[in-house]
Design a protein around this ligand. Sequence first.
Ligand SMILES: Nc1ncnc2c1ncn2[C@@H]1O[C@H](COP(=O)(O)OP(=O)(O)OP(=O)(O)O)[C@@H](O)[C@H]1O
Ligand SMILES: [Mg+2]
Length: 410
Amino acid sequence: MSRRERYLVGLDVGTTHVCSVVGEGLDDGSLDIVGLGVAESRGIKRGVVVNLEAAVASIKKAIEEAELMAGIEIDSVHLSLSGPHIKGFNSRGVVAVAGKNREIARDDVRRAIDAAKAVALPTGREILHVLPQDFVVDEQDGIGAPVGMTGARLEVNVHVVTGATSSTQNIIACVNRTGVSVVDTVVEQLAAAEAVLTSDEKELGVALIDIGGGTADLAIFERGSLWHTAVVAVGGDHFTSDIAVGLRTPIPDAEKVKRKNGCALSSMVDEDETIEVASVGGRKPRLMARRILSEILQPRAEEVFHLVWDEIRRAGYEKSLNSGIVLTGGGSILEGMPEIAEQIFDLPIRRGCPADVGGLADHVNSPTFATPVGLVLYAHRNRVPDPRRAGVGAFGRMAGRLRGIFKEFF
Ligand SMILES: Nc1ncnc2c1ncn2[C@@H]1O[C@H](COP(=O)(O)OP(=O)(O)OP(=O)(O)O)[C@@H](O)[C@H]1O
Ligand SMILES: [Mg+2]
């Protein structure tokens, strides 16, 4: 592998921050984090560009910082996509096995996947991922790798993730404006899952909730595959604005007090504990009970988790989460979040930090970095070839993704 190919870059353009992580693939197959750049996010709201110039400037800053730290020049990235425009659904493809002796070949699998993704999408939407779940050969279901087996009929179950073409294109355009190309796009919760979930959890059944600034993204895994994705339009920033309104304090102070003293479960807070809160209009800071702050935060935490729980139940997975729930994203750092989630879901809950990376792992050891680190891990594990170097366009990008999927299976 050339020096250039060894480096992989993940770019997470979030509502709160833009984060760029550089990973170096080592000869033994492991991955070291060698660079990190974080910039305050401007011009992006819930995965959608609202101010192009501002978004480009934030992305540029994050990339330059990571370049400086890693000592390399970044020319291509894996980009995360998020926001309420991301939707997922399950689909099924069926084909007759083509070979004379009915032995299933890779081409049959490819055709079955093509059939599964041949669904009519509303105009303005595009397929972002086609993730095989399992195969059925004749009547035998639950097959992971059908190549080489014999049968007349091959079926595949897949999870298809789609997004709004314009939202995706606008973010890619912002990245391109900084002189950097996008090798591949990965949906946020899929990237975060790569960094924080273990394969045992994915096998047994787990829900990942990535609580960002503007949204909470849900992904449900079972038998090693992704079965359900959804986005709930409430995130950490709603907690902050509740504090700003409830305590009549400016947003930046509300954010500070949330991080320093916030707790999502008021019963965890001692009644006598007091905190200092800044006032609006240059008035003197006030002393108040920390319990009051907690009473402001708790209903919002309950709202997020109830919305997610409704979504899990609607999709029919409430009995499948044998490994419980993993919380990640900056919003999960708030004290008391796992505890209140445990009360609502009545399942084991843990916070997920990026694992399985070396190098500057300490710098990214926070739920905030789950998505950007996950992007690098996703790229490393799938090793999607750069379409620019292969000389193909948008179709190649999709083919590249499928190559990645095939790699997981064979
Ligand atoms: N120490 C902390 N305590 C409480 N909340 C925190 C802490 N650190 C970050 N947050 C909150 O996490 C949220 C940002 O999370 P994250 O960085 O994952 O979001 P993002 O990726 O930019 O947003 P999105 O994924 O919604 O586009 C903010 O609301 C912030 O207030
Ligand atoms: Mg995020």
